[in-house]
Write a protein that binds this ligand. Structure first.
Ligand code: CP
Length: 327
């Protein structure tokens, strides 16, 4: 695997290996006062974010630093992007500055894949043969957010073990959600039954080709669910308004206390964050015993360690075997 651009590219074995690797990192670091492994010493990871982020950007930085990589954060707001530099020139510049991995968030669907093509054209800045950086999609428009889906799967596996046959209900603004698309692919690859619940106005065209069942009846789906994942309503992608209204949305699709009571006792409540309390999730529901929201955040570091390890370190030993990176 050279890049991580989409969960649709992952086989079941790929996904399980990444999740198992993440678990080994979590285990290796548990209880340590000094969380520092030598795994990626000498490698340079650059995060390039053209959209706001708290969880994804910080957890990639933590993941890289815990593995001794040099991590450099490039914010579009304070870079030469603001002087009009193109995405292509920015990507090629960061490659020339020595990036071994580019972690990219961008509002355009397909941006990370395009950067992977531009920076892996087989030559370096002098035209000499060269391998370009690994590119990790940290969210591209409404397309995909693969590491989010991996950390969601990790949190669900921690709760249930195997996901085979588990019913996962994903609720809300599917139209604008890269998290929903990545999870639809990954969770079904891992054997789960994925149900999307949304108002018809917040469903993308082509959703019928996804490996999911689609409905607008939330209350009917909750009693048999193993987990429910609430999505943020992405007002910033809606040109000023959306239908149904915010109030109607909260009433019909919000996970309030009454709906929480419809779930089986051992069901898990997930949210990728940032949460809009009072909109898609009740003010107190995010803190209910069923909520694994902060487990998801913590899992983000271990999953991103596994992804960086897989892309940057797994072929560095003499025999092509992974070195013992957990010491
Ligand atoms: N879930 C997620 O991508 O959060 P951030 O936007 O804070 O990175």
């Amino acid at each position: 695997m050279k890049h991580l651009l989409s969960t649709a590219d992952l086989t079941r074995d790929d996904a399980v290996e990444l999740l198992d690797e993440a678990a080994r990192f979590e285990q290796a670091l548990a209880g340590r006062e000094v969380r520092k492994l030598p795994t990626l010493r000498g490698r340079t990871v650059m995060t390039v974010f053209y959209e706001n982020s708290t969880r994804t950007r910080v957890s990639f930085e933590v993941a890289g630093k815990w593995m001794s990589a040099d991590v450099i954060n490039v914010s579009a707001a304070s870079s030469s992007v603001n002087k009009g530099e193109s995405l292509r020139d920015t990507a090629k510049t960061l490659r020339a500055l020595g990036a071994d991995a580019l972690v990219v968030r961008h509002p355009a669907s397909g941006a990370a894949a395009q950067i992977a093509r531009w920076t892996n054209d087989g030559t370096d800045v002098l035209g000499l043969p060269s391998t370009g950086p690994a590119v990790i999609n940290a969210g591209d428009g409404t397309h995909e957010h693969p590491t989010q889906a991996l950390l969601d799967a990790y949190s669900l596996r921690a709760r249930f073990g195997s996901l085979d046959g588990r019913k996962i209900v994903i609720v809300g603004d599917i139209l604008h959600s890269r998290v929903a698309r990545s999870n639809a692919h990954l969770l079904s690859t891992l054997g789960a039954e994925v149900v999307l619940v949304a108002p018809p106005t917040l469903l993308p065209t082509g959703v019928q080709t996804w490996p999911v069942r689609v409905t607008s009846e939330l209350d009917a789906e909750l009693p048999g669910a193993d987990a429910v994942m609430m999505l943020r309503v992405q007002a910033e992608r809606m040109n000023g308004g959306f239908f149904p209204s915010a109030r109607e949305y909260a009433v019909r699709y919000g996970l309030n206390d009454n709906r929480l009571a419809l779930l089986p006792e051992d069901a898990a409540v997930l949210h990728p964050g940032p949460m809009l309390r009072g909109m898609e999730i009740g003010f107190d529901v995010a803190d209910a015993p069923q909520s694994v929201v902060l487990d998801q955040v913590r899992a983000g570091v271990h999953v991103r360690m596994a992804v960086l390890f897989r892309l940057l370190a797994s072929d560095t030993s003499e025999a092509g075997q992974a070195p013992d990176h957990h010491q």
